[in-house]
Design a protein around this ligand. Structure first.
Ligand code: ADP
Ligand code: NG1
Ligand code: MG
Length: 445
């Protein structure tokens, strides 16, 4: 850590000719189970990881926010402190993620003139790989802005602000990433619950190690529509289920709200999906007819900007994944709490079921990730699954402690060393992770 900070300090001084007065560190995360359900209102189970976004900052009276990055692929950017902050969701450059965090804090406090600041950002989270580099950057910027403007709030409040302001980039996420980024504590995974937001400790079994492996295929969520297509399908499934049960569907946006309203169990919700939603994809016409809305209302109220082109919607499969995955999260937590003799086996099975559901029902995996998960299981993992949004990026595997060295070598040989591009990335792509603490400010002295 010391080496990271002092290298960043050097870069900052060369760039801006003054010393930074504080640093912010915001961690990435690995989601152990509970994929694509946060935006449906369901609890998820991530832990923060060592890989982080770091920023060095100085505050001044220039009336400007100056941004630079240690990685040359991310260009310098400058904006006036009194200008309206514009975020271009059609062109999601790195500085717009930073500006999401700035704008979130500015709006929360109604700040008309932000403090001038210079900032150099450095990062160790593989980007667009499901370890939440985007939210670490947004949360880092949010905390930088709080500190630079001498504003303070609770962790829960800043987590909620950052979850909301990352929506400016266009992906309609549910808040898992920003919540764990602020609410994480060293040594424990967390069950993140929404409405109200809270984080409960989840003690992971001592005999298990969690290993992250990147399939080395990037998927930029804001520059594509894969993510929002799933959000939209879940929103439509919500309305169709509500309507099928005679509820006023206009009041419902998330699948969890339908469950709450019906006072049903997740098992009962799965039965309802089987009964009420057909497996064949739905057309726009069919949805409009069932809901009694016009094509215009459909486009305006149910679709996002980047999903206006969609013609088919797989409602049965998506809803089935969400209710099933929500149940697996609760089961995972209860196994961790009760520590039965076969905990590792039980948790591994839940992770495997989660991957199969993501692959087959939610269709958010890809051939490389499926191959990697298969290799991990053959190499001694008890459970392995894609983590984060998917369509590329990382898998997380649970490996019995005594098998870790063997596991790492076997995955190295079978997935990385056989391909020169992967071999070159192997060091940052295959690593053991342990739960670290949440985002923090470090003052220079
Ligand atoms: P993830 O799964 O990592 O959250 P996203 O596709 O949501 O992936 O976000 C990736 C984007 O985050 C990158 O395209 C880049 O704009 C930004 N980003 C990630 N890491 C950095 C970094 N170290 N510096 C600047 N921007 C970064
Ligand atoms: P990643 O892959 O880290 O961008 C996204 C969402 C999460 C969650 C997961 C899938 C954002 C900021 N993040 O994570 O909220 O929905 O996918 O479980 O939108
Ligand atoms: Mg992201």
């Amino acid at each position: 850590d010391f080496i990271l900070y002092s290298a960043l300090k050097d870069t900052f001084e060369r760039k801006f000719g003054v010393s930074p007065i504080f640093y912010v560190r915001a961690p990435g995360r690995v989601n152990l189970i509970g994929e694509h359900i946060d935006y449906c209102g369901y609890s998820v189970l991530p832990m923060a990881i060592e890989q982080s976004i770091l920023a060095a900052v100085s505050v001044n009276s220039s009336g400007q926010i100056r941004l630079a990055n240690t990685d040359a692929q991310y260009q310098d950017y400058m904006v006036s402190c009194s200008a309206d902050i514009f975020i271009d969701r059609n062109n999601p450059k790195w500085h717009y993620y930073f500006l999401c965090g700035v704008k979130g804090v500015q709006e929360a406090f109604g700040i008309t003139e932000l403090a001038g600041m210079s900032c150099v950002v450095d990062g160790t989270i593989p980007p667009s790989s499901g370890l939440s580099s985007s939210s670490a950057l947004v949360c880092c910027a949010g905390l930088v802005t709080l500190e630079a403007n001498q504003k303070y709030m609770t962790k829960v409040a800043i987590a909620e602000i950052c979850a909301k302001c990352e929506l400016y980039i266009g992906t309609e996420g549910g808040g898992m990433d920003q919540s764990i980024c602020f609410l994480a504590e060293a040594g424990t995974a967390k069950l993140i619950e929404f409405q109200p937001l809270r984080a409960l400790d989840v003690k992971l079994p001592n005999g298990a190690v969690f290993v992250i492996s990147n399939c080395c295929l990037e998927m930029n969520k804001a520059a594509s529509s894969y993510f929002n297509i799933r959000v939209v399908e879940c929103r439509i499934a919500t309305k169709m289920l509500a309507k099928a049960r005679g509820l006023d569907f206009s009041r419902f946006l998330k699948l969890a709200q339908v469950q709450t309203e019906l006072k049903a169990s997740l098992k009962e919700m799965l039965l309802l999906v089987e009964e009420m939603l057909h497996v064949e994809p739905y057309s726009r016409e069919e949805i409009c007819k069932v809901l009694g809305i016009t094509m215009e209302q459909f486009s305006a109220d149910l679709l996002s900007d980047n999903t206006q082109h969609l013609t088919q919607f797989k409602l049965h499969q998506r809803a089935k994944h969400v209710y099933g995955e929500a149940a697996r999260v609760l089961h995972f937590k209860s196994v961790c709490d009760s520590e039965p003799a076969d905990s590792i086996q039980l948790l591994g099975e839940l992770m495997n079921q989660s991957h199969i559901s993501c692959r087959d029902l939610y269709e958010c995996s890809c051939p490389q990730l499926d191959q990697l998960v298969e290799i991990c299981l053959k190499s001694g993992a008890v459970g392995s699954r894609l983590t984060g949004a998917g369509w590329g990026g990382c898998a997380v595997s649970m490996v019995p402690r005594e098998r870790v060295e063997y596991f790492l070598q076997a995955v190295r040989d079978a997935y990385y060393l056989c391909d020169p591009l992967r071999a070159a990335m192997e060091k940052q792509s295959l690593f053991v992770s342990k739960p670290v603490g949440g985002a923090a400010v470090l003052l220079e002295h």
